[in-house]
Design a protein around this ligand. Structure first.
Ligand code: SF4
Ligand code: SF4
Length: 626
């Protein structure tokens, strides 16, 4: 079947076109079809002016000056409703990241108690460094003993009623002082999220600015708390990432092997699935059934976690999850939490693929639920892998279509790996920034969204930045988009401006550095804090900027909020539901500069978005006298 214009406009990725043509031929729906069926999307929802917070409503505020209601039944204005809705999005996003962090703290606790079903402490050095940060004695103590104290300390952070989260003190003193002055220095993340839900209940906080400040406070608890705990404890348990080569895109599926896709966000399950797939018994079973091996591949952030620690190939980003199943080559798609479309269940029955859910927090129609418990991690992972391998016998080779597309990438640039590439200190990076060879640093992150041509925003924004000598650090689905077009190879330095090209070539690094999964945006904060501390300035003084060209999730709203609250100007490619309130829109895009020293901007055109970021970076350079 020929590729129609409609399909070409959905993505820039030829492997996606190929699978969408196949889906159309088979009469299968994907997210793009469901999005198009949804049009026009609800205008009230887009503006953020509908409220269901009590049963006198639902209420909706008319955007037309001369017609329709201007207040809800309780008297809430559009400004109040928009602010309440936005910070409820932040609460949900912060909850998702931070619950991920809590799960990791729990796994560390079990491991330290000797109850982790196969987990071990892989980075003892990091364990000791973190323990020192928490004032936990390390001298003469074994790693399990230290890990027990550290696990208890980070566990306690989530429910802390008073006092700051320890990792937030990595931020420059000036920044912490500003948070304190504004009353947004966060306490435990659970407390901040509960306070959002309380304040947004009918009849509580009805000041849009006061509401937004609480949203920022909860987001800081996410970025410098829950997310940072997730990152740091993952490194202790599974190892701090180091540069490693791998492959990305649908072509990583193999026609003659058992293909297992791990999808979701947390590394606890995927690490064990990777280990179980290397188990001699499982490999023997696969061989007995005629497969040449077991091929584990990743999607979304659980994929990023095992990509950067084991070089497990990425089969795609968020909008490619259904397409992986539509190849007909996947024996099992194994999921934990977050960014998993319930639509995957629609495909079960069309293909032999088993859809296996594992978290008590996340069940799906059509999925087989095999509950994962850390205490029996390896045994459960092996049971799941066995189901996948046995399913190979039901694959219909005539139904398998695997696109050829796969591209090499160099990934795994944790903060520690970046320092190592620089020879052990930030000084060479600072020198290159001062000389202007590197103009600044941009963090480009976030999801896919069918409102934007898939990967178009990600790839074009990043290309424009590196062309202008801006070093890009990336996580999440942006990282996967960049990997698929070769931007995460040292050879991509050829696409960078002369200054950045020379730096990358001398260090042998790509101009786009993969820093991991979405919670690993905390690594970007850590680098920014370290640079600001080295220069004796605040993060808002640095020539840095952020972008989320194709964002869609509530987690992205929390991320954007903590990045801006940390002083980093951030450009969004899709419009958040705030335009129904002039007060909230102006606060986020203008007023926030006088409050936290940074703002949001919205620019759907990725090249123009990059130019906004470059302009901001130039202004910061001038202010620093560079
Ligand atoms: S809280 Fe107010 S605006 Fe919201 S549904 Fe109730 S009455 Fe309507
Ligand atoms: S970037 Fe967005 S879509 Fe991708 S894994 Fe993260 S939250 Fe999910």
């Amino acid at each position: 079947m020929a590729t129609s214009d409609k399909i070409l406009k959905r993505s820039i990725d030829p492997s996606v076109h190929q699978m969408l043509v196949r889906a159309e031929g088979l009469g299968l729906e994907t997210a793009w079809d469901r999005y198009e069926a949804m049009l026009p999307e609800c205008g009230f929802g887009e503006l953020g002016v509908c409220c269901r917070n009590c049963n006198m409503g639902p209420c909706r505020i008319s955007p037309f000056e001369d017609a329709g209601p201007k207040q809800g039944v309780c008297g809430a204005s559009a400004d109040i409703i928009v602010a309440r809705n936005l910070i409820r999005m932040i609460a949900a996003g912060a909850a998702a990241h931070s619950d991920h962090g809590r799960d990791l703290a729990h796994t560390l606790l079990l491991t330290a108690e000797g109850k982790g079903g196969g987990y071990e402490i892989r980075d003892e050095q990091k364990l000791r460094t973190l323990a020192a940060e928490y004032n936990i004695a390390t001298e003469g103590r074994g790693k399990e003993e230290i890990a027990l104290d550290l696990a208890r300390a980070v566990y306690a952070e989530f429910g802390k009623q008073e006092g700051p989260i320890q990792f937030s003190r990595r931020a420059p003193q000036k920044r912490v002082g500003l948070w304190q002055k504004l009353g947004i220095d966060p306490r435990g993340v659970d407390r901040e999220i509960v306070e959002i839900m309380h304040r947004t209940h009918i009849g509580v906080d009805n000041d849009p600015v006061n509401l937004i400040l609480q949203g920022l406070r909860a987001s800081i608890a996410d970025g410098w708390g829950g997310s940072m705990i997730a990152t740091e404890i993952s490194d202790v348990l599974f190892g701090t990432p180091k540069p490693i080569r791998s492959l990305a895109n649908l072509g990583v599926l193999k026609a003659d092997e058992v293909n297992i896709v791990v999808h979701g966000h947390e590394p606890t399950l995927s690490e064990m699935i990777v280990a179980a797939c290397r188990d001699a018994e499982m490999l023997g079973l696969a061989a007995k059934l005629g497969a040449q091996g077991i091929n584990v591949v990743g999607l979304c952030c659980t994929g990023n976690e095992v990509l950067m620690r084991h070089g497990i190939p990425m089969v795609g980003n968020f909008l490619q999850q259904e397409l992986a199943v539509i190849t007909g080559a996947v024996e099992a798609i194994i999921v934990d939490v977050q960014c998993i479309m319930p639509a995957l269940g629609n495909l079960i029955g069309c293909f032999h693929t088993r859809f296996i859910s594992t978290s008590p927090k996340a069940k799906f129609p059509g999925a087989t639920h095999i509950e994962f418990h850390e205490e029996q991690a390896y045994a459960i992972a092996k049971e799941i892998v066995r189901i996948a391998v046995e399913n190979y016998r039901w694959r219909k080779p005539g139904q398998v279509v695997i696109p050829n597309d796969k591209v090499e990438c160099l990934v795994g640039f944790s903060t520690e790996a970046i320092l190592e590439a620089l020879g052990g200190s930030l000084e060479p990076l600072l020198e290159q920034i001062k000389s202007g060879a590197i103009k600044g640093i941009a963090g480009v992150v976030g999801c896919n969204n069918p409102k934007v041509q898939h990967d178009f925003g990600h790839v074009n924004l990043v290309r424009e930045l590196i062309k202008n000598n801006v070093l890009v650090v990336t996580t999440g689905c942006n990282a996967i988009a960049c990997a698929k077009v070769g931007l995460m190879l040292p050879e991509a330095a050829a696409q960078a401006g002369d200054g950045l090209k020379a730096v990358c070539q001398s260090l042998g690094i790509p101009p786009v550095l993969h820093m991991g999964s979405c919670v690993d945006i905390s690594r970007i904060l850590t680098v920014c804090a370290a640079v600001a501390n080295a220069l004796g300035v605040d993060i808002s003084d640095l020539p840095v900027a952020g972008a989320a060209p194709e964002w869609m999730s509530e987690k992205a709203v929390s991320i954007g909020s903590y990045v801006v609250s940390s002083g980093i100007y951030t450009v969004l490619g899709t419009v958040p539901p705030v335009l129904g309130s002039t007060v909230v829109t102006e606060l986020l895009t203008t007023g926030a500069k006088d409050v936290v020293g940074a703002t949001f901007a919205v620019e759907p055109d990725p090249v123009k978005a990059a130019q906004l970021m470059i302009g901001h970076i130039e202004d910061k350079r001038t202010a620093l006298g560079l």
